[in-house]
Design a protein around this ligand. Structure first.
Ligand SMILES: Nc1ncnc2c1ncn2[C@@H]1O[C@H](COP(=O)(O)OP(=O)(O)OP(=O)(O)O)[C@@H](O)[C@H]1O
Ligand SMILES: [Mg+2]
Length: 206
């Protein structure tokens, strides 16, 4: 039984006055529970488009998408809430989903911030952190609800290779067990922590 599945997913963008562009032309993807999948592909191939469809941020033009309710999303540009502290940012998904509440949610958030190496930054604002530190907060936020799957869009794209390697190690460790991972990346180091590598080209995932 797949945790994430797409069947013949297409996505066409219409720009007024221009011919429509078909970015996805029938994407079939099936991810098993706990499986880690890397998606490679050149810039503009439609990787973020596919990930946004999986995360419910974009509607497919046609096709079927099946994704569990409880998933985490790591944005390439972090997208932390600037007015919330590090701890509050990590707790944010627990408010919406109600899977973890109050004390238990706080304990889990603190344990994750500990695990990503930021135990003493919990009361700081994102603006006071470096890029790599913000990326780690985003990772903790994606994992706080114990999701069935994490979607990650270039989670090491903006980092130097040392910090990137750290983040990858954490992602591999933290997603160990029952959490599946679908990671878009340009990096072969990042693909190496995955069980399977797929390439998106000409609108098809192979
Ligand atoms: N809202 C939109 N309207 C029109 N075209 C779009 C829209 N969003 C994306 N596109 C186009 O779809 C194509 C795929 O974009 P996408 O962001 O998915 O690429 P990508 O594979 O993630 O690239 P990168 O590796 O550079 O991040 C691009 O040609 C882009 O211009
Ligand atoms: Mg992209």
């Amino acid at each position: 039984m797949a945790v994430v599945e797409t069947v013949k997913v297409t996505k066409r963008f219409r720009i007024p006055g221009q011919p429509p562009v078909e970015v996805l032309k029938g994407v079939d993807l099936s991810v098993a529970p706990g499986e880690r999948v890397a998606i490679l592909g050149r810039s503009g191939a439609g990787k973020s488009t596919l990930l946004h469809i999986l995360g419910g941020l974009l509607r497919p033009t046609s096709g079927r998408v099946s994704v569990p309710k409880n998933f985490g999303f790591v944005f390439q540009a972090y997208h932390l809430m600037p007015e919330l502290t590090v701890l509050e940012n990590v707790l944010l998904p627990t408010l919406a989903r109600g899977t973890l509440r109050g004390g238990a949610a706080k304990e889990r958030a603190k344990a994750l911030l500990d695990a990503v190496g930021l135990p003493d930054r919990m009361d700081h604002l994102p603006a006071e952190l470096s890029g790599g530190e913000r990326q780690r907060v985003a990772l903790a936020r994606a994992l706080v609800t114990n999701p069935e799957v994490v979607f990650a869009d270039e989670p090491t794209g903006n980092l130097d290779s040392m910090t990137g390697a750290d983040i990858l190690k954490m992602l591999a460790e933290l997603s160990k067990g029952s959490t599946a991972l679908v990671m878009v990346t340009h990096s072969h180091e990042a693909a190496a922590i995955c069980d399977r590598t797929l390439t998106l080209a000409d609108g098809i995932l192979k």
